[in-house]
Design a protein around this ligand. Structure first.
Ligand code: HDE
Length: 699
């Protein structure tokens, strides 16, 4: 990283970084140690001595290395970077400098996470993903603690412990890990219809993102921006990934969980190491306070979106992640996000889910990070100056000088003084009402937007949703729970409910009294997401001795030149011999990898090589599985014979005129012509080809 790319936060972290280079082993007290392999004992075979302070200190520290994992969002990965506003004329709307000044590069730390699984669970489970951003602004830390879905399961935070208890592994045997496919979650869902909209998202492909770099983020709640005059504007925050929003398919996601449980974490790390810095655009939906009641839902209800077609998302800046942490525990594990960390110009609303979160985050950090001084942990420290009269407590790192630690004081000159500018001013709002426990009637509709989501899906997205419901409910043992879910879904869409019922052994329901309203919001579908580059796409090239080596050289140049990666996979490690005797290094032997960790497959011709691949079950499985998961396949010359063997097509699909044929992402050609390269790149750029017929594929 060049010195120009280093942020103010990077410079602050310098004081805390420790490098082992050119150092000597010592105890925590600085005593130099010359043997850390043998404990001090009475005789070579005698008992260990208590006075071995090095042994005692080393073991004691080790015994205390673990802290409680997060009660939710335990599994995560993080990175540093910066946020920079566009020239966006928001100055009339907020006083938050980092949102309006294009001249400021605000340092950030971002942590992505799954929700239900433990720290060691797999990345590619069906779940919501956390998308938490800490902005180290000059006005203090601002945290936007969001998710990759724009809505939530419940409307009031008092239900959060119930929901989390239901989705987490069941309490008697702690099964299943990191999965919503079990009775307690679906029992809660069928009895709590406000979960319906979120469950549609959870059963969609959004719940299995291809990469953290390819998922959207949402602030979920309606927040408020406040300008210098104190005027408020309602706002919803959106993060839009530059690479588009793309997902895995469910069969693939489950297999990756075994093949590479760190799939999303590794992807983020490797992209940053390679200099392919992940990027998102921040967009805002702004609603004047005068329009608070202009919608057919309540802006304070976190189970609702504002459709983008009604209030467009206005792009206001971009987020770049450009540095991996130095130490997972010190930074990614100890980072403490809190929805209540806000800077002047950004304020809350009375969303009851938001309000509950204002309590919960600080509370959880006190236990997780062991006391009230966690804001002093390097990753949590603001770059803005911190001065107050808070004192003492566990792990106090600051040596506060002076006699006075109270306000007002005369002995300390009255310092720290009260701010008279750039201070936080709470938005003024008149509030009065009876003290009651009652949900507002404006929160009463739980189905209209679930229907909107369903109506907005493409045909293949709908198929995936139905399959996901069938999978999850197929694992539910109690029939009354399955029936309850189908009853709720009947209010979303009758056809959806019937399709699910027929797959899980439940009697199809009667048509509901309120039919589908027929409205849709095209922005909700992933079908139309950005598909304009192969940047960082992983392509597998299958080869064996006798392969057409020239084809590999040409393909490598073209694809890596376009920003993809190309791995040569073969039946064994070492090198593959080309038809003319050249040696091509093998990236991975086939048995050590799998099609599921790649985005596309290429198979060049070359008689001997094709024959060897045809006889190799792993190679044929690789092609069939990639086909089943909708991935682009490029097949050249004599390798077309493999299409029949893998049961994914036929060599006769190729007209044999020296040109290129393309059918649902399968690109066939005689040679690596310009046309072939172009068509293959287009097929990879499209991400997946979900319209293929795949029922017959055994993989
Ligand atoms: Fe959280 N949530 N949450 N949550 N949440 C936590 O805080 C909570 C909610 C979100 O990478 C916890 O430090 C309550 C919505 C993310 O470190 C905890 C309610 C959204 C992360 C907590 C919600 C989120 C958390 C657990 C209902 C999206 C991970 C550990 C009122 C807008 C942050 C921790 C990270 C973490 C409570 C609902 C996002 C217990 C009570 C809605 C991304 O404080």
């Amino acid at each position: 990283m060049t010195s120009e790319e280093r942020t103010a936060k990077d410079r602050r972290l310098d004081d805390y970084r420790v490098d082992p280079q050119d150092t000597v082993l010592t105890t925590d007290q600085g005593i130099r140690i010359d043997d850390t392999d043998n404990s001090l004992s009475a005789g070579e075979r005698g008992p260990t001595l208590m006075e071995d302070f090095h042994f005692r200190e080393k073991l004691t520290h080790f015994d205390h290395e673990r802290i409680p994992e997060r009660v939710v969002h335990a599994r995560g990965a993080g990175a540093y970077g910066y946020y920079q506003a566009y020239d966006n004329s928001l100055a009339d709307t907020t006083t938050a400098g980092f949102l309006i000044d294009p001249g400021i590069k605000t340092p950030v730390f971002v942590r992505f996470s799954t929700v239900a699984g433990s720290r060691g669970s797999a990345d590619t489970v069906r779940d919501v993903r956390g998308f938490a951003v800490k902005f180290y602004t000059e006005q203090g830390n601002h945290d936007l603690v969001g998710n990759n879905f724009p809505v939530f399961f419940i409307q009031d935070g008092i239900k959060f412990p119930d929901f989390v208890h239901a989705v987490k592994p069941e309490p008697d045997n702690e099964i299943p890990q990191a999965s919503s496919a079990h009775d307690t979650l679906w029992d809660f869902v069928q009895l709590q219809p406000e979960t319906t909209h979120m469950m549609m998202w959870l059963m969609s492909d959004r719940a299995i993102p291809r990469s953290y770099r390819m998922m959207q983020g949402f602030g979920v709640h309606t927040f408020r921006l406040v300008n210098a005059e104190g005027r408020g504007t309602f706002v919803k925050f959106h993060w839009k990934p530059k690479l588009g929003t793309h997902s895995l398919v469910w069969d693939e996601a489950q297999k990756i969980a075994g093949r590479d449980p760190d799939f999303n974490r590794r992807d983020l790390w490797e992209a940053i190491e390679a200099g392919d810095f992940p990027e998102w655009e921040l967009g805002l939906q702004l609603v004047p306070e005068s329009d608070e009641f202009a919608f057919d839902f309540d802006l304070l209800d976190a189970t609702k979106i504002i459709p983008e077609e009604i209030v467009p998302v206005r792009p206001v800046g971009r987020l770049i992640l450009n540095r991996n942490p130095d130490n997972f525990f010190a930074e990614t594990e100890q980072v403490a996000f809190h929805l209540g960390n806000v800077v002047p110009g950004i304020d809350f609303t009375n969303d009851p889910l938001l309000q509950a979160r204002l309590f919960s985050y600080l509370d959880t950090q006190l236990i997780r990070l062991g006391g009230p001084n966690f804001p002093q942990i390097p990753v949590n420290r603001p770059i803005a100056e911190v001065r107050n009269n808070q004192r003492d407590g566990y792990h106090q790192m600051t040596i506060h000088r002076g006699q006075a630690s109270y306000h007002p004081n005369s002995l300390g000159g009255g310092f720290p003084a009260l701010a008279d500018r750039d201070r936080y001013v709470h938005h003024q709002e008149r509030v009065d009402g009876d003290k009651i426990r009652k949900r507002s009637e404006s929160f009463g509709d739980h189905y209209r937007q679930a229907t909107l989501f369903w109506n907005s899906m493409s045909e293949w997205e709908r198929k995936h949703i139905v399959a996901a419901f069938r999978f999850e409910l197929g694992k539910v043992r109690h029939n009354h729970i399955r029936e309850g879910v189908v009853r709720n879904l009947n209010n979303v869409d009758h056809e959806l409910a019937v399709l699910i019922a027929s797959g899980i052994g439940v009697a199809p329901p009667e048509a509901p009294s309120v039919p589908n309203h027929g409205q849709s919001s095209p922005a909700l579908s992933q079908a139309g997401s950005a598909k304009d580059s192969v940047l960082t796409r992983r392509i597998a090239l299958l080869a064996a001795d006798g392969v057409d080596a020239d084809a590999i050289t040409r393909l490598y140049g073209e694809l890596v030149g376009a920003g993809a990666t190309l791995d040569v996979l073969s039946t064994q490690g070492g090198t593959v011999r080309g038809g003319d005797g050249e040696h091509i290094p093998v990236t991975h032997p086939l048995p050590t990898t799998s099609s599921v960790v790649y985005d596309a497959v290429l198979v060049p011709g070359g008689e001997g090589g094709v024959q060897l691949l045809a006889e190799d079950g792993a190679a044929m499985h690789f092609m069939a599985e990639a086909y089943k998961h909708g991935k682009a396949l490029g097949v050249l010359g004599s390798a077309m014979a493999l299409l029949d063997i893998a049961r994914i097509g036929s060599a006769s699909d190729y007209p044999g005129d020296g040109g290129v044929s393309v059918e649902q992402g399968v690109v066939l050609g005689d040679t690596v012509s310009d046309d072939f390269v172009q068509e293959f790149i287009a097929a990879v750029t499209a991400h997946r080809h979900p319209e293929r017929v795949i029922r017959h594929i055994p993989a």
